[in-house]
Design a protein around this ligand. Structure first.
Ligand SMILES: [Zn+2]
Length: 122
């Protein structure tokens, strides 16, 4: 009985062989993601390869002086864009507002914003 238990423990404690289905290319590396990408992902990868690190214009803009004659310019591909203003440096919430092309808009903190035409992707 004891030998049967010892043999069972010995059989169960062996490491199994693990196999993977990953195949490497002739260069020994994974295939280029650009070869597999389609649609928007491919456009993004091509734009980044062309030197545009922000193809969808998702960066954070710093506010300028903020009066009505010198508003913060926010580019957009559409007629309207939702913009969030962090009114104070220590604010824990974002003040969201819609901007429309052709009109300046004032945030509750006093800074002015204006929507301008965005550059097309690449
Ligand atoms: Zn604000």
């Amino acid at each position: 009985m004891a030998s049967l238990i010892a043999r069972s423990i010995a059989q169960n404690s062996r490491r199994g062989v693990q196999l993977t289905s990953v195949r490497f290319s002739s260069k020994g590396m994974m295939a280029d993601p650009l070869d597999h990408a389609t649609g928007l992902e491919k456009q993004e990868l091509l734009a980044k390869a062309a030197g545009n690190d922000n193809p969808f214009d998702m960066r954070v803009y710093k506010r300028v002086s903020g009066d009505q004659t010198n508003p913060t310019m926010v580019p957009s591909f559409y007629e309207k864009r939702l913009v969030g203003c962090i009114c104070e440096e220590d604010a824990t919430c974002v003040n969201w507002m819609w901007l429309e092309k052709g009109a300046t808009k004032r945030c509750e903190c006093g800074y002015w914003f204006q929507l301008i035409d965005g550059k097309p992707l690449v």
